[in-house]
Every structure is written in structure tokens, then in C-alpha cells.
Design a protein around this ligand. Sequence first.
Ligand SMILES: [Fe+2]
Length: 482
Amino acid sequence: MKSPSHSRRRFLKTSLAAGGALAFGSAHAQDADPGSRQATGIKVGEVSDTAALVWMRLTAEAARRAQGYTPKAGDQTLPKDVRPDQVRYACPGMEGRVRLRYALREDLAGAVATAWQEVTGKTDYTHQFALTDLRPGTTYYYSAETAGRAAAPQHKPLLGRFRTAPAADQYADVTFTALSCTGFRDLDHPDGYHMFPAMARLNPHFYVHTGDNVYYDNDDFNANNIATARLHWQRMHGQPRQIAFHLRTAGYWLKDDHDTLANDCWPGQVVKRMLPLTFNDGLAIYREQVPLSRLPYRTFRWGRGLQIWLMEGRDFRSPNTLADGPKKTIWGGEQKEWLFKSLLASSADFKILISPTPIVGPDRGKGKNDNHSNDAFRTEGNEIRAFFRKHLTERFLVINGDRHWQYHSVHPETGLHEFCTGAGSDAHAGGSPGLNKKFHRFHRVLGGFLSVSIRREKDRNTLRVKHHDVMGKELYEHVWRG
Ligand SMILES: [Fe+2]
């Protein structure tokens, strides 16, 4: 286990006084203002051309707890005499009030303020503000503010920014990044994954976490109730590098098996070792911990150039153990109908489907019965790959997470392109069946992330998909010229 050895408290500084350019522009974690009370940061999500959802959480302290019980390799669950808030890197919540002020100017002149909102333990001290009537293709600056209950004094705010999508009829260059599988015990730096500052250097408009944000069932301790599941999120989003990144970059969050309940899980499945934590608890906690629209499958347009589809792979699936056939599904009928209709209706130059799990693969064969590249879901896999081939042009591709190796595959029968982000760190990589020349154009069993950019080059829109290592180094590129 690669447990962080470094115990120095690192805070995140986000005060305007420190210099707006530094606060918003630096790729590195900074010290927090000790007067702030948002140790799990801010998450801006579901950004469209006119709307966004801003997630806030009020915490008892300014930063994660630097000291505390450190789970040991082999701890199945936390010892009975250890409370979740006594664990190292816990960020316990606190009752009080939160609000958001946001503006077009960095000095927040003319800011719009939401009403103060009370937060309690019922929602793990979180609240999500739905911002509407925003301007397309615009940078918004915000001050995320917290206060005690009633007339208690206000704390120091966190300051951040995000960018709205360009309108569907406007062309604009767009860059985004995608990653997956952030296992806590395989962290490659005590302040947070190397990937976060590496991605920040690319100044992306947004990023996508394709799932396995946390590993309830397979980390240095297993969650087995709501409090310990929430602790997994505190440890992930209380890291200074993640906080710094989320204050300058909006995200879209997908979930997969480990951040729902357990490996390869499906609705209604009872996983004894996780009890009393259930699949439905997992759905509710996910919705509480990341900004998410009413429906878990959704699509976002980023100007004329780009539209992304974010797929839900757990909520609607058949049991993995069912015999394959036309009724067996991962996406469910409604999601599939929505996907097919919205793909056909889209006029975006490039269409990118982002799926937690693979559609092309290849996966390792034995024992895997969980995704569209496995025989266990062959019928639906064939159906969707055939649909893509029949109805979509070359300018359609799939990005996926879940598999802990990086690849670019082209499906031999349908020509469908798939790019896998790879795992969150080198230590978390592994499991590949090896290079398969029938599929792979690129294959690497180490951690890293993807970047995707659309640029106008000589009156043509050019799409570049790149694999990066965890430090951001470019390893491989595939280019489409529109
Ligand atoms: Fe994973």
C-alpha cells in the first residue's frame, strides 16, 4: 500500500488578496485560509450554455484532518471503536448556512447572490445550487460562502471560476480531459493525484470523471454503512490538488460499480460484506456527493463543434449473471431510446459518447461479465455498435474508463473507435489481457488521462484525442480533420 507518508497540513489558499491570477491560474495546490470551512472544496457540474449546478459542503474545519487513525492494508472495515471522523483525512461536516455569489468579473462586481441555504447532517452538510440564465461561452467567477447557524459570523469564502459552454450555433475551440478509477490507496502524491495539476496545465474547459471515483469495496478500508461511504468521498475531495482543480475547472461525474456499491454490481444485488450499505444507499450518496441532473444520463453541447453524451451504466442494468439475449441490458430501454434519438438529432461536428465501461474493448475474457465488450452482454453490444455504424459518420467516438490500462481500439467489424482513459495512477494500473493487434492502435498498462481538443485549423475543425501519462506527458495522438 502506498499510504501518504507526509503529515504536514496543507491548506488551500483561495483568497483574492493572494492575487486572483494565482488563485485561479496556478496548477498547484495552495494553502487554505484557516478561516474557511470548506475542507471538501466546491464542485461545479452539469454546465451547459446557460446553466450550472454548484455543489457546496460546510465542514467543521478549514482542511482535512492531518492526524488520525490510518487504515492498514487488510483492514476490511474500520475497527468498531474508530468513528469515521477520527480517521486521518476525514473532513467532518457542520451545520450552518451556505450561499453562492457569482459574477462576470473576477472582483465579483455586480455579483448575483443566491439565498442562504441551511445545511444539516441529512444531506451530509451539502447543498447544490442550480444557476440558470447564464451567458453562453462565458467565464463566471464565484465566491462560495458559508456561515454558522442563525447570526453566527461568516467564514472566509472559497473563490473559483468556471466557463459555460458556447451556444450550439457558435463555433469555439474547446478542450476537455477525462480520467477514471481513482483508488485512494494508490494515490501517487499525498496532496492528490499528479493528474490534477497535469490536467490544469492544459487549462481545460471541463473534465469528465468516468467513474470509480471512490472504491467502497476495495480500498484501504471498506465502507459498510452511509457514514463510512461518505468518508471515502471526504478523503477523495479533501485533497488539496483536487480542491484547487475543482475551483478552476467544472466537471461531469459518472459513476461505476465501486462508487455505487461493489465490484460489477447491479440494482437490487445484495452484497453481504457491504451490509448494511445497499445499492440504493449508493445511488443516494452519489447524488449527494456530486452535482447531478435529475436523470443520470445526459448530453451537453459545447458549441457547433462538440456534443458529449454521458451514459449511466449501473442503474438500469440486468443482473450480470442472466443469460445473454435481446432482453438483457446495461443501459435499459429508456436510456437507449434517448441516446439513439438525441444522436440522430445532433448537428454537432463531433459526437463523443462517454461511457463508464467499454463498448469495444477488448477486455480480459475470463470472469468478466460486466460490459458491452464481454460475451455476457454481447447482444446489446452488437445492437449499439451496429446502430453507431449505420447512423453515424466517422466523427463519432467512444471514451471509457473502468479498465485499468490505456488504449485506443478500433472495433474490427464496425470500425468504432474507443479510447480508454486508464487508471488514476501507475500503482492502480493493471489487468490488461495484453496487446491485441486486431483491436489496438495504442496500448499501455500504466496510469494517465485523456485530453480532447477541437480547434479550427485552416477553416476545418480538427479533433485531437491524446493519451497522457499521470504527469501530463503526451504519449499518443489520434487526429480527425472535419
Ligand atoms: Fe476501476
